[in-house]
Design a protein around this ligand. Structure first.
Ligand code: ADP
Ligand code: CP
Length: 314
């Protein structure tokens, strides 16, 4: 009997460091990711796929700002929807094509998803989400002065523009995603964390300019659709303590207690592994296993052979 798995695809699944964000490059990366996921589906599992949008939403916002004298500029919330739409399109098509190669007729669909956040979230006053391309410190500070951007250093990788990244409160329509999944449909959902919306006093929703962290929203999605397994696929094979230091140690199986201890000791960087460990721990607290591993090794990791496994409470 197959499992219901939420797979969160990291940035590398769509665009790798140093690559130019052309359509062709991103589509080829997505195709390779879809090949891995199709292999998992072909083993009888039902997968819900979610993904990041940091580089893409930043680029779309910049296109809008640069072309505002020619075409009316769209706000960040619309750029979020646009990025979710175009990445979702690429993923659905690539998944269909890869499944076809395996003579697998599992249906695939994309759900353009909204995610509820709080208007009072502290991140609106102190933005933390890096988007778009990387700059040197000098370039970033100049862009900040010229364009009024907030810029920050991104986990030791360079400087980037940052925008508000409120905590996801709920995935709107997660019941529909669950129903589709229970029917055996592969759903691509909540891409880029979902389009951020706030609930008004009268119960209506309104979009808000922000970019939600996809690891945090992926956990919410996995929790709300009652997934059996939560996999975060990134560009490292394992999580480590003392990462990058001479006394670096690989983590293969960690208990919740150990994982929480390592978090409190500060082993996981805020903008990269931190949200992944936070999401994996929260999922393991629901009584089920979470895995953080590399995209290429997802299949082996599912069999327990590889990757970092965060074990649920005994
Ligand atoms: N303790 C750690 N163990 C492993 N990787 C870590 C750790 N701390 C930070 N990292 C970094 O986290 C990166 C993955 O996070 P990120 O680049 O945000 O992923 P993605 O784009 O796949 O969501 C790795 O490439 C690695 O450099
Ligand atoms: N929304 C989001 O977290 O995107 P990235 O993972 O691409 O930064």
């Amino acid at each position: 009997m197959g499992e219901r798995i939420v797979i969160a695809l990291g940035g590398n699944a769509i665009l790798q460091p140093g690559q130019e964000a052309t359509f062709e490059t991103q589509f080829e990366n997505v195709r390779r990711s879809a090949e891995v996921i199709a292999g998992i589906i072909n083993k009888g599992h039902t997968v819900v796929v979610t993904h990041g949008n940091g580089p893409q939403v930043g680029n779309i916002l910049r296109q809008n700002e640069e072309a505002k004298h020619v075409v009316p500029s769209m706000p960040l919330v619309i750029c979020s929807a646009e990025s979710q739409g175009f990445i979702g399109y690429m993923l659905e098509q690539a998944l269909r094509n890869e499944l076809l190669k395996l003579n697998n007729e599992t249906p695939v669909t994309v759900m353009l998803t909204q995610t509820e956040v709080s208007i009072d979230d502290p991140d609106f006053d102190d933005p933390s989400k890096p988007i778009g391309v990387f700059y040197s410190e000098e370039e970033a500070k100049q862009l900040s002065a010229d364009k009024g951007w907030t810029v920050k250093e991104d986990a030791g990788r360079g400087w980037r523009r940052v925008v508000a990244s409120p905590e996801p409160k709920s995935i709107i329509g997660s019941n529909t995603i669950q129903q589709l999944s229970e029917m055996g449909t592969i759903v691509v959902a909540s891409g880029g964390g979902g389009v951020p919306v706030v609930k008004e006093d009268d119960g209506t929703y309104e979009g808000i300019d922000a970019v939600i962290d996809k690891d945090r929203s992926a956990f919410k999605l996995a929790e709300e659709i009652n997934a059996d397994l939560f996999m975060i696929l990134t560009d490292v094979e394992n999580v480590y303590i003392n990462y990058g230091k001479p006394n670096q140690e690989i983590l293969t199986e960690v208990t919740l207690e150990e994982a929480n201890k390592y978090v409190s000791e500060g082993h996981f960087s805020a903008g990269s592994m931190g949200p992944k460990m936070e999401a994996a721990i929260k999922f393991a607290q629901t009584g089920k296993r979470a895995i953080i591993c590399s995209l290429d090794q997802a299949d082996q990791a599912m069999q327990g052979k590889i990757g970092t496994h965060i074990k649920p409470k005994a």
